[in-house]
Design a protein around this ligand. Structure first.
Ligand SMILES: [Zn+2]
Length: 897
């Protein structure tokens, strides 16, 4: 079969158009909430025909009661629907013609108490924004779910779309009686209604009403509909000294994945999380039930809709998952649960303070995995993964303070980034060290009890923090939250033989030096002859203030390998500049303490990115020491970084040899390991690397042919994921033809298989294939003109970029020419995939060439100069891509000198 026969994207008439007026500004929002308050919002969604083949729209009825303190004035509702049939404000019908195709419904001549009723028609989404509709290729069943943050509830119903206009929501869904129909609140009534479900033979219809919510922002309301499979559970517990509570739990996923849903583990984690957060926050879970749903074609990891949390179904492990993947999932689960308080109960007033929920949820997620589950590597994952993300982002020219200046929704959309999440969380970890864990906990408790069901801003948090710590936190907040950039900590030994720590770094926004208060542990790790590892011999808690002498540290005799670590325990947020003696030691000897080890590897990776450590020395260390590390999460990160080091930071004349050596070492490692997570991680990496080097293709082909035993390889599960990864690599080199890919898909037609198949097709090394893939990506449609879902769009983009950049260099000019059109035509999520994914960012620096002279860098600079007035969010992507390209070229240059 071909991949488009049952393609649900044929159902839609086109991507959501974007108009200027969609972009609500902070000032408009503030003006609106200055005189409005919303009481209730009744939303009736009719999904009777959602299962019908080719369904594109659905009827919605909305009823909003609100007060205005400026009667006689006017306001507007946000709505990005297909059509508006009727608007009745305070009993009088308003003309509807002007609302069609617009993003706003104008409400003139307000009374003090207002009631507006709207009948309208909304569109199903294929981009994951709004009410997404997915047709499962495995069984043809239709699944729906919503995703709204930051501002897509207006794609489903007319609404005051801003976080500080909270309302009580009363939601009903009419839909097929055999489906799961769910929303934030629990089901309270269900009545049979006349008629039959379109597209479902002999299935009647029901109208389901859900419990009215407590006061909520619209971006966290949610709907779910479809033949999802459900496993129920229960949690009981509560806040000490208060009435105990029972919370019904459920986990759901689509039928085709149900056999892989490990509901018991998920329910167990959920119960542990609820125990933990009740003890931590001392505020009873206020949202009734707790559903967790794994949904298809999801754009993000998860979303904290109260009572109905949505997750990417990549978290339903239908192929072998490593323990590190399970830990990541647990972390996401806890992150979303923390949001039930941070974000859902107390919400930021506007997107400037997005960090008030995301940084906290990120920090609390890691804390909960550490303290409430059996995983012991939470802070190691944090040091190695989350922080690496923050350091990368915080060195980009587009970085910003944690408390950002977000003037409108487009800017808000771009702000779900490594600063808001990972840097914010890292700074909160430092804050907990700075004021003490108890004070931090008490601050959170006061914040919830004071602002429950309302909105808050930075000052509200600082004031509770000031109360509990007894300190004025203003200067701390200025230094950490209101300035940008990564501090650099360098520990070294001065001429007098004392250990000193220097802080440096530049705020990219002001160009000024960075100076921040740090509470750290400074540690010394010395080679232990018996174990052959660098073992911590002493560590001293230190408050850093400019250049700081750490007096109590004892150093080993000269010549004995040792590591000086300025951020032992990883308490603060800083890049580490290791002194030469430390670098020499850690490239040869393993560090014994797991957290210190992860911190050191993060520092080494920073040095590679900065051109201070060559990719080849880093790779040598990964091959000898890195692969042996016990924590799979660290091994996975090192393997990813190694591939990046090869493609971006290695000069072309060294690359081939190094790629072959690295691929050879992975192949060896796969046979040494005989099963387990590290073997699987190595196999995945070998597949990715083999898109670039042909050194181990014979091995991949032989494994696909079932010859593992004769190759001396055991324990490697050649499941759907690994098979496709190997096939994709072979395809890039022209070793696999289309028939083989089609046959693989026909043997197992799953959503995963279809995405992998599309990637492989676009990865074939022929010019006409690349031309077609490029055109599809730019148009956002498949070969039949049907809109690509986000996953399929990404697969097309990634497949196009597979193979040598010379094969696709002809399209670079078309790429730059198409940028503005793509940005205008596609939704922001889709456009970001295309603009970022097709960017020619992997390039070789010719000998004697300067990085800025490279044609791709020059062309980007030219585009940016000529498009000063392009949307800021589009420029931001180009500036970041350009920075990544230049960083790579500079590292290549440094490796030659
Ligand atoms: Zn979050």
């Amino acid at each position: 079969m071909t991949i488009t026969d049952t393609d649900a994207s044929a159902d839609l008439d086109g991507p959501f158009p974007r108009a200027e007026v969609e972009n609500l500004t902070r000032d408009e929002a503030a003006a609106r909430s200055a005189h409005l308050s919303v009481q209730t919002c009744d939303v009736d969604v009719d999904l009777s025909a959602a299962a019908a083949e080719g369904a594109t729209t659905y009827p919605v009825t909305t009823r909003i009661s609100f007060r205005s303190s400026a009667p006689g004035g006017e306001t507007f509702l946000d709505y990005l629907g297909a059509s508006v049939e009727e608007v009745v404000l305070n009993g009088a019908a308003l003309p509807v013609a002007e609302h069609v195709g617009a993003a706003r419904i104008r409400l003139p001549e307000l009374a003090e108490e207002n009631l507006v009723e709207i009948r309208s028609t909304s569109r199903f989404s294929r981009s994951g924004e709004g009410l997404h509709r997915f047709v499962d290729p495995a069984d043809g069943q239709v699944y729906l779910y919503t995703q709204y943050e930051p501002a897509d509830s207006r794609r489903v119903f007319p609404v005051f779309e801003q976080p500080d206009l909270k309302a009580v929501f009363r939601i009903t869904i009419t839909g097929p009686e055999t489906w799961e129909l769910r929303s934030n609140g629990a089901e309270t009534s269900r009545e049979q209604v006349p008629g039959a479900a379109a597209g479902l033979e002999g299935v009647g219809l029901v109208r389901v009403r859900f419990a009215e919510t407590r006061r909520l922002s619209s971006y966290i309301t949610a709907l779910l509909a479809g033949p999802y499979r459900r496993v129920d559970g229960l949690w009981s517990g509560g806040v000490e000294g208060e009435e105990p509570l029972e919370v019904p739990l459920a986990v759901l996923c689509r039928s085709a994945l149900a056999e892989h849903l490990d509901a018991e583990e998920l329910l167990d984690l959920t119960r542990r999380g609820l125990d933990f957060f009740h003890a931590e926050f001392a505020f009873t879970y206020p949202w009734g039930k707790y559903d967790q749903v794994f949904v298809p074609e999801y754009n993000l990891g998860a979303m904290e809709n109260p009572g109905l949390v949505t997750f990417t179904e990549a978290y339903v492990f239908d192929t072998a998952a490593t323990d590190a993947q399970r830990e990541t999932r647990a972390n996401t689960l806890m992150h979303e649960m923390a949001h039930m308080w941070f974000g859902d109960l107390v919400t930021m007033r506007w997107w400037d303070d997005l960090w008030l929920k995301e940084s906290f949820a990120d920090y609390m997620g890691s804390l909960a995995v550490d303290e409430a589950t059996d995983w012991t590597t939470s802070w190691i994952s944090f040091a190695n993964g989350r922080k690496a993300w923050a350091y990368v982002q915080d060195q980009l020219p587009t970085t910003h303070p944690i408390v950002a200046d977000i003037t409108d929704l487009e800017a808000a959309d771009q702000n779900f980034d490594g600063i808001t999440y990972a840097k914010g969380a890292s700074v909160l970890k430092q804050l907990a060290a700075f004021v003490g864990r108890e004070a931090f906990r008490e601050a959170a408790r006061r914040y919830f009890s004071r602002h429950a069901f309302g909105n808050a801003s930075l000052n509200d948090f600082l004031s509770v923090l000031g109360e509990v710590s007894g300190r004025d936190m203003t200067s701390w907040a200025e230094a950490w939250l209101q300035t940008a950039g990564v501090p650099v900590l360098a520990a070294s030994v001065d001429d007098a033989g004392r250990v000193v720590v220097d802080e440096s770094g530049t705020d990219p926004a002001t160009g000024g030096p960075i100076s921040r208060p740090h509470v750290v542990e400074v540690g010394v790790h010395v080679l232990d002859e018996t174990t052959g590892t660098l073992r911590r011999t002493c560590s001293v808690p230190t408050t850093l203030d400019g250049r700081t002498v750490v007096t109590e540290l004892e150093l080993p005799a000269p010549g004995v390998p040792r590591l000086l670590l300025a951020n032992d325990e990883d308490l603060t947020y800083a890049k580490l500049s290791l002194d030469a003696e430390s670098v020499a030691a850690v490239l040869v000897h393993p560090v014994q303490d797991p957290l210190a080890r992860a911190t050191v590897w993060a520092a080494l990776w920073s040095m590679v990115r900065d051109g201070e450590l060559s990719a080849s020395r880093f790779l040598e260390a990964v091959m000898t020491l890195g692969l042996q590390i016990e924590e799979v999460v660290v091994v996975q990160a090192l393997l990813r970084q190694s591939v990046r080091a090869l493609e971006l930071y290695t000069p072309v004349e060294q690359r081939e040899t190094l790629e072959e050596r690295f691929a050879g070492r992975l192949a060896e490692f796969i046979s040494e390991e005989a099963g387990g997570d590290r073997q699987r991680a190595a196999a995945r990496t070998l597949a990715t690397l083999s898109r670039r080097t042909s050194a181990q293709l014979e091995l991949l082909a032989a494994l696909l042919d079932g010859e593992a035993a004769s190759l001396g390889i055991s324990g490697l599960d050649l499941d759907e994921e690994i098979r496709w990864a190997f096939l994709q690599a072979l395809t890039v080199h022209g070793r696999v033809q289309r028939e083989v890919l089609d046959a693989e898909l026909a043997a197992r037609t799953t959503a995963r298989g279809r995405i992998a198949h599309r990637l492989a097709l676009a990865a074939r090394p022929q010019a006409e294939v690349k031309r077609a893939a490029f055109a599809q990506a730019i148009a956002g449609t498949d070969e039949h003109g049907a809109e690509l879902s986000n996953d399929h769009l990404t697969a097309t983009v990634v497949g196009f970029r597979c193979g040598p950049s010379t094969l696709v260099a002809d399209h670079d000019e078309d790429y730059f020419a198409a940028l503005q059109d793509v940005w205008t035509r596609m939704s922001q999520g889709q456009a970001t995939r295309v603009v970022s994914g097709l960017y020619p960012g992997v390039q070789d620096l010719a000998a004697g060439q300067s990085p800025e002279e490279h044609p791709a860098a020059r062309r980007t600079a030219e585009w940016l100069r000529a498009h000063d007035d392009a949307p800021a969010a589009l420029r931001r992507i180009l500036i970041e891509e350009q920075d990544g390209l230049l960083r790579g070229l500079r590292a290549q240059q440094a490796a030659r000198s």
